[in-house]
Design a protein around this ligand. Structure first.
Ligand SMILES: Cc1cc2nc3c(=O)[nH]c(=O)nc-3n(C[C@H](O)[C@H](O)[C@H](O)COP(=O)(O)O)c2cc1C
Length: 260
């Protein structure tokens, strides 16, 4: 059951009435605003040229009844070991969005850990337990990487190889990549594929920072639009941290070694 409640203060026209009888499909994913007294979740979305504010019953597809974001903890796994890493700075900025959404967040700086290349014959290696536990205990994860040779970094791949379904299955993940050159889209695509093989729930929104050295000054990201994309990524992982997981992916079914 879905009812229109009103409209947000935008230039878009207000539509009132029942959303189904108005002949408009509910735009998903909605942006959660708050639960109301009768147990509905207030959400907003854009359908056609109109912005809608509506209430969605909790059993509606993809909507959970847990909208308390205060307990959501996000870890941001950084795939660069460079001291002045733009990836790390961008992840820190994304976590500002996480905190603005009511969550908590920290960057996992892999320079602080001894994480040898994964040897599957060994139960633990170096600090692998500590890294893996931090990922497992997080409610949502940001994966940040530099573009290396047309893909994401080996540092991040190794960290992901140390993890498995216990850390990622059903978990909400946001992706971010930086590049010295053009848009690091392949790095993001490749990370998305890995996340599918681990049955993670990856946000549609992702942050790509091309020509990255020109996008930062001492204070932070200089391009307002890019800064917004990065902060929204951190916000979205909180908003969708408790989304109902999708059915297991085909790729995850083929990921036969991960559970060993
Ligand atoms: C081994 C290596 C490979 C790289 N390959 C690419 C590439 O394919 N495309 C690109 O745009 N930049 C490439 N770069 C540049 C990095 O993406 C860029 O320096 C980025 O800022 C590194 O991220 P960081 O600042 O977080 O360390 C490469 C850098 C290194 C060290």
């Amino acid at each position: 059951m879905t009812h229109l409640l009103g409209h947000t203060p935008t230039p878009l026209p207000c539509v009132s009435g029942d959303i189904e009888s108005a002949g408009v499909s509910v735009p998903f994913p909605p942006i959660f605003l708050s639960p109301n007294a009768s147990g509905f979740v207030l959400a907003s979305g854009i359908a056609g040229d109109r912005r809608w504010l509506f209430a969605v019953s909790a059993e509606h597809r993809g909507v959970t009844d847990d909208t308390d974001r205060s307990g959501v903890h996000v870890v941001a796994l950084c795939g660069s070991l460079r001291d002045g890493s733009y990836t790390r700075r961008a992840l820190s900025r994304a976590l500002d969005g996480t905190r603005a959404a009511g969550g908590t967040g920290t960057v996992i700086d892999l320079r602080e850990y001894d994480l040898p290349p994964l040897d599957p014959d060994r139960e633990t290696q170096g600090d692998s337990d500590a890294v893996v536990r931090r990922v497992r205990e997080a409610d949502a994860v940001l994966l940040g990487t530099p573009m290396y040779h047309g893909s994401y970094s080996g540092v991040l791949k190794n960290a992901l190889d140390h993890c498995g379904f216990d850390e990622f299955e059903g978990k909400t993940v946001g992706l971010l990549a930086v590049a010295g050159g053009g848009f690091p889209v392949t790095a993001l695509d490749h990370l998305r594929s890995v996340c599918r093989a681990l049955d993670a729930w990856v946000l549609p929104h992702q942050a790509a920072l091309p020509s990255v050295s020109s996008k930062f000054d001492a204070e932070g990201i200089v391009d307002d639009g890019l800064d917004e994309r990065v902060r929204v990524l951190g916000r979205r992982v909180v908003e969708y941290a408790r989304i109902e997981p999708d059915p297991s992916s085909f790729e995850a079914g083929e990921n036969v070694g991960a559970g060993d």
